[in-house]
Write a protein that binds this ligand. Structure first.
Ligand SMILES: Cc1cc2nc3c(=O)[nH]c(=O)nc-3n(C[C@H](O)[C@H](O)[C@H](O)COP(=O)(O)OP(=O)(O)OC[C@H]3O[C@@H](n4cnc5c(N)ncnc54)[C@H](O)[C@@H]3O)c2cc1C
Length: 404
């Protein structure tokens, strides 16, 4: 596309902010929100390539769960008990902050609990043995035997389940838009950042139609972070997730979100009776290591088979919608936060590994603190330096059965 002399003059005019957040998903919008709360005098701008919630944040199942994608016992084995407990508490804070800070009716907030259902006897053993550790960590959870677990969510074939009373659900797109609206930031949608030029004390950000300048930058780009910071391709990779929605059922059988098969599948039922289901990626791993936004017959058939097996009453419901989204996966399943190499005025957060609604709002507060030059304690849980220090297990297998 050519550029006229008038457009060129417009482009050269810089719009300046103290802080620019790039990325209008849950993490970027939450960062803008918390910057306004923590440092109201700052001028904050948010640049988003498309519309708010264009990425995974506007395409997910809306589960706001605690912990990571894995069961608590697995987290303890992998990260150590202290880190597992801190991760749980971080996501618990995320849930509590959502409930306390925001007007829940603006994004259909419901917190009636969540069920992690066991898809196998082995998973049931792991979930049951997580219970005492979770309680020690302060979690409010009970273990349900197979009959109770299935009855509670109108299901069959689950081997038991862990019911966490603080699990919740949202309309994720409305949440993102609400958080952005509650922030004091100037929101610039349809502004993809193509280049960043790092100057001595500021950063220039070029979009196709405008140039922006900021003293500090927060990059909340999900799986697209390596486009602007290539070295981060070592810590985040794109992974596709697919979902479907059925026509409304007459009865509400599933009152709480259900997460099963080690996060391989997930189901919820909306107030109007429609059933949302997703996952199945673990049975099609190679094909889903992509950022292409499209559904595939193979994964969709896997989701339908799961739904019809464990929720047989869905067999008569037609599928009304199918969609996909791209998530950023980290090498060890934990989010990754750091400073842009050689440019300390830029910070980033990525790699939410299918669980970003469980972290996002609280993560925005952490990033806002980090921009304020403080080093929040919780940063230790997510710091990119764990890969440099070799502390992190980068066992790809272990991060393969996650939600999303
Ligand atoms: C189908 C599906 C189901 C899921 N279910 C759940 C769930 O139930 N619970 C849960 O916790 N998690 C779930 N997830 C994962 C969750 O959606 C993500 O972890 C979370 O949304 C990540 O948020 P984010 O803000 O980091 O990234 P994103 O939402 O990806 O936001 C990044 C934004 O940056 C923008 N951007 C990219 N490049 C540029 C650029 N150069 N310039 C400007 N803007 C740019 C993008 O357009 C995008 O809007 C699911 C994901 C999918 C796809």
């Amino acid at each position: 596309m050519t550029v006229s002399i008038w457009q060129q003059a417009h482009r050269r005019r810089e719009t300046a902010y103290d802080v620019i957040v790039v990325g209008g998903g849950i993490v970027g919008c939450s960062t803008a929100y918390w910057l306004g709360r923590q440092q109201p005098s700052l001028r904050v701008g948010l640049l988003e390539a498309g519309a708010l919630g264009t990425g995974a944040s506007g395409r997910n199942a809306g589960f706001v769960l605690q912990g990571t994608h894995a069961d608590y016992r697995s987290d303890m084995a992998r990260y150590g008990e202290r880190t597992a407990r801190r991760l749980w508490n971080f996501t618990r804070e995320n849930r509590d902050l959502l409930a306390a800070e925001l007007r829940g009716t603006a994004f259909d907030w419901r917190s009636d609990g969540s069920l992690t259902a066991a898809g196998s006897a082995d998973e049931a053993v792991r979930l049951r043995s997580s219970l005492s550790h979770l309680r020690t960590a302060g979690a409010s959870a009970i273990y349900l035997d197979p009959e109770e677990a299935n009855d509670r969510v109108g299901a069959s074939g689950f081997e038991g389940g862990l019911f966490v009373t603080t699990g919740g659900v949202v309309d994720p797109l409305r949440l993102v838009r609400h958080v952005a609206a509650q922030s004091d930031a100037d929101i610039h949608t349809q502004h993809p950042v193509r280049h960043m030029h790092w100057r001595n004390a500021s950063v220039l950000l070029d979009t196709p139609t405008r140039r922006f300048r900021a003293d500090r930058v927060v990059l909340a780009l999900g799986p697209s972070l390596p486009d602007l910071v290539p070295p981060t391709s070592a810590v985040v990779r794109p992974v596709r997730a697919q979902m479907l929605a059925t026509a409304p059922a007459d009865t509400r059988h599933v009152p709480v979100p259900v997460y099963s098969h080690r996060g391989g599948f997930y189901v919820r039922q909306l107030q109007d009776g429609r059933v949302l289901a997703g996952g199945g990626r673990h049975q099609h791993r190679d094909a889903e290591e992509t950022s292409t936004d499209s559904t595939t017959p193979a994964v969709q058939a896997t989701i339908e088979r799961y739904l019809h097996t464990h929720f047989p009453w869905t067999q008569s419901l037609s599928v009304e919608q199918r969609w996909s989204g791209t998530m950023g996966f980290s090498p060890d399943g934990r989010p990754v936060v750091g400073r842009v190499p050689e440019h300390a005025e830029g910070v980033f957060a990525t790699g939410f590994t299918g669980h970003g609604m469980g972290y996002g709002f609280r993560m925005g507060r952490l990033l806002a603190t980090l921009v304020g030059e403080e080093r929040p304690q919780a940063l230790e849980l997510f710091t990119v330096s764990r890969f440099e220090d070799g502390e992190a297990s980068t066992d790809a297998e272990a991060s393969r059965t996650e939600q999303g």
